[in-house]
Design a protein around this ligand. Structure first.
Ligand code: DX5
Ligand code: ZN
Length: 220
């Protein structure tokens, strides 16, 4: 569990060449982070199920689907059925998070719970034994390319204390503004899973950018 996971976000990739962009980080990245936005939970619109289904056939990378959608109870399980390795939905959009986690596990996927910028983590710590991953936003969800907010790492520290004290098998993922100059602070705060969009796909060589992020996260 302790090995770091680097998950490039295809939100920052060229959407006309998604298969190529996914393959560009194969062998370097651990997961591919797929941001699904529905124009309701967040003001932005990205990709949905048909694109995930097609892309699934185009790469060997496990998919880390991040659903920024208003009705995860309706849709989350379809992403599991599409072959996602992990499906994360937002706490703010779920009336019964445990039911969705149960559905995801039954459909063969891991389940992640996401906490947006303005949501305190404390109210959700007790749910964590039912999840495989906790995603703590380090920006306000909705758009790539935003500035990292270091004050949100307090939530990562609180989650890490809780996870370690309870010996939970849970990854702590950070998402938003994660780059060479911010990833070490995230790791130090207790994150072990790192989403990076602009820092990977804005780079000349995305695979090299992933390797560099991994090295910096490990403190070298
Ligand atoms: C934004 C998404 C992020 C986004 C991060 O709401 O959840 O995954 O792609 O992009 P960067 O790394 O550019 O901040
Ligand atoms: Zn994301």
């Amino acid at each position: 569990m302790s090995d770091n996971v680097i998950a490039p976000s295809i939100l920052a990739a060229d959407f006309a060449r998604l298969a190529d962009e996914a393959r560009a980080v194969e062998g370097a990245a651990d997961w591919l982070h797929v941001d699904v936005m529905d124009y309701h939970f967040v003001p932005n619109l990205t990709i949905g199920l048909p694109v995930v289904q097609s892309l699934r056939k185009a790469t060997t990378l496990p998919f880390d689907c991040h659903l920024m959608i208003a009705d995860p109870a309706r849709w989350a399980v379809d992403y599991a059925a599409a072959g996602a390795y992990n499906v994360t939905f937002h706490a703010e959009a779920a009336t019964d998070p445990l039911a969705i986690a149960k559905d995801l596990h039954a459909a063969g996927s891991r389940a992640g719970l996401a906490i947006d910028r303005d949501t305190a983590v404390e109210g959700y710590l007790e749910l964590l034994p039912h999840f495989d991953l906790l995603l703590i936003m380090t920006i306000k969800a909705g758009f790539g390319g935003q500035a990292f907010m270091p004050e949100l790492l307090d939530k990562v520290r609180a989650a890490r204390r809780h996870v370690d004290a309870g010996h939970l098998e849970l990854r702590i993922e950070v998402d938003g503004g994660v780059a060479e100059d911010t990833i070490y602070a995230c790791a130090e705060a207790g994150a072990d899973t790192f989403v990076a969009g602009t820092a990977v796909y804005g780079a000349e060589d995305p695979a090299a950018a992933v390797r560099k992020l991994r090295a910096v996260a490990a403190g070298s």
